[in-house]
Design a protein around this ligand. Structure first.
Ligand SMILES: *[C@@H]1O[C@H](CO)[C@@H](O)[C@H](O)[C@H]1NC(C)=O
Ligand SMILES: *[C@@H]1O[C@H](CO)[C@@H](O)[C@H](O)[C@H]1NC(C)=O
Ligand SMILES: *[C@@H]1O[C@H](CO)[C@@H](O)[C@H](O)[C@H]1NC(C)=O
Length: 510
């Protein structure tokens, strides 16, 4: 018996099969995909995972427990129906406030959900809590509640949702703002000015509006919780969905790790009909998908007609992820399906081009397989990704709202004709594939690292202990400038006395 016990513990120490809670409360397909993939990576390593999610997994592993926030995904879809994102545009000045409120209401939906409340009252123990940050600071309370270290997953590269809380340098001279369509290399003077002003604005909104607003919401549900400001800086590790193959490089303190590409999988065999179809496409295949949140069927009718007219002029076969049963006026070379196994399609040697909305998961999949892109971004973040891909010359992009037939057609032709796009995509692919440890392994390694080192406080930079004016060295600057002014004043004063004395002497002598 003793031997059995020792054996058991030898096989299963707390870091080897830890209890991990993941909170992925955002009711969007790609956010769910990220969360469930992260938690499955950890489950495959033998950890006991519990995920708070809005979309159920149909075939979960047995050590993958789901706390479902039922009803929230449908509610979100209803909200989505009211707005057509292919047409609406949000002014950047409104965006930080709007997102702050919208994302807080999603956290509130979570806090108010019976299944979540049961989990909070369950008395369960967790070795680490992982959450998705997306203006979702009140969720940090969950880690405090379970007395576990906190790991944050950020769906985008280092930005204002995570930088202030890790003490990460984020100079607006080149670190661009999430809400502005700029890339960090090559900002013009005007763009740097706007980026800097917006940086100040977004941080003021965060400190004086969003955090107090979220703190009030938190205390409605958990009156005994500490103030949000006492918890938001308590993040052991940030996992960033970023990679130098597709993002501009940015500084990262030791508690921030790139895991971009963690969702990538080796391609599987295609369904037989699709395999045949793609094998037989002698002129090549163009794959077209606007991702999982945006639906191609909602594309405004004139734009849809424009796309179909353009495709009819091509020799290539076009595979279009289109969610309706029929598509009127569909040319013969266009094949629609409600869903394609995207990763497996992109892996096929006949794929010449991917027309995409520019979501980061799609871009990473294309880059992984070395496929050039024509991006039609709808939201700012997609626009930034697309612009970056275009800067790196494996893509062209047209913001969806500015889509016009002539330019669309000319980009299509150029991308299909000029081999440089394919070569650059393959170069990016080599960057993405070369890593000391694969991204999915890194997720597991770093989560276990945080558990092993009890929150890894040794990674915290001292910037977090400074007041803002100390961090900006305003106190030092004030003293130095003060001394300098005093010195100049003193020199001035002394020299004027000497000068006066000398004049005095001269007057006496003469
Ligand atoms: C919280 O949930 C209850 C039902 O469980 C509902 O009646 C109430 O409106 C919800 N409150 C908020 C703020 O969503
Ligand atoms: C912050 O994290 C540390 C280490 O995980 C923990 O001991 C401390 O209680 C946390 N503070 C709050 C306010 O949650
Ligand atoms: C930087 O911008 C200038 C002017 O807009 C452009 O000519 C140049 O090609 C850009 N360079 C890169 C690397 O994007």
């Amino acid at each position: 018996m003793l031997l059995l016990c020792t054996l058991f513990f030898a096989f299963c120490t707390s870091t080897e099969c830890a209890k991990i809670l993941g909170i992925f409360h955002i009711p969007g397909r790609s956010h769910h995909q990220a969360g469930s993939t992260l938690m499955k990576i950890l489950a495959e390593k033998g950890h006991d995972v519990t995920i708070v999610a809005t979309i159920p997994e149909t075939n979960p592993p047995k050590n993958y427990k789901q706390v479902l926030l039922t009803g929230i995904y449908d509610k979100m879809q209803e909200d989505f129906k009211k707005e057509n994102f292919f047409e609406t545009e949000m002014p950047p000045l409104i965006a930080p406030i709007f997102f702050g409120m919208k994302m807080t209401s999603m956290v509130e939906d979570t806090f108010n959900h019976t299944n979540f409340q049961k989990l909070m009252k369950s008395g369960e123990k967790f070795d680490v809590v992982i959450m998705e940050e997306f203006n979702a600071a009140p969720i940090k309370y969950v880690a405090h509640h379970f007395k576990a270290p906190l790991v944050v997953y950020n769906a985008i590269d280092a930005n204002e949702w995570v930088n202030p809380y890790q003490g990460n340098p984020d100079s607006p001279a080149y670190a661009t703002n999430f809400y502005l369509p700029y890339t960090s290399s090559n900002m013009s003077f005007y763009q740097r000015t706007m980026n800097s002003l917006f940086y100040v604005y977004a941080n003021l909104v965060r400190v004086f509006f969003t955090i107090p607003y979220q703190n009030r919401m938190l205390h409605n549900y958990y009156p005994d919780a500490p103030h949000l400001n006492d918890m938001i800086y308590n993040v052991s590790l940030v996992l960033l969905n970023a990679d130098p193959s597709v993002h501009d490089p940015l500084p990262k303190v030791p508690s921030m790790i790139n895991i971009g590409g963690f969702h990538l999988k080796k391609p599987k065999a295609l369904p037989k009909d699709l395999q045949e179809l793609m094998d037989n496409a002698d002129e090549g295949v163009i794959y077209f998908s606007m991702g999982s949140n945006l639906k191609s069927k909602d594309i405004p009718i004139e734009k849809r007609k424009l796309l179909l007219r353009s495709f009819s002029k091509l020799k290539q076969t076009v595979l279009w992820k289109f969610e309706d049963d029929d598509l009127p006026d569909k040319p013969n070379n266009v094949i629609t399906r409600k869903w394609f196994p995207q990763n497996d399609v992109l892996a096929h040697k006949n794929v010449k081009l991917f027309i995409t909305h520019g979501g980061i998961f799609s871009i990473l999949e294309a880059v992984y397989h070395g496929v050039p892109l024509l991006a039609l971004p709808v939201w700012v973040e997609q626009q930034i990704n697309s612009k970056k891909a275009s800067n790196d010359e494996y893509a062209k992009y047209i913001p969806f709202k500015k889509l016009e037939e002539e330019i669309f057609m000319s980009y299509l032709k150029e991308l299909l004709r000029d081999p440089k796009y394919k070569e650059n995509a393959e170069r990016r692919s080599r960057i993405l594939r070369e890593k000391p440890i694969p991204a999915a392994e890194a997720v597991n390694y770093w989560v276990e690292y945080v558990i092993r080192h009890k929150g890894a406080p040794h990674l915290r930079v001292a910037a977090l202990d400074l007041a803002w004016y100390q961090y900006l060295l305003l106190d030092v600057a004030a003293v130095v400038i003060g001394l300098l002014v005093a010195f100049i004043y003193a020199v001035n004063y002394c020299s004027s006395i000497l000068f006066r004395k000398r004049v005095h002497k001269k007057q006496k002598n003469s």
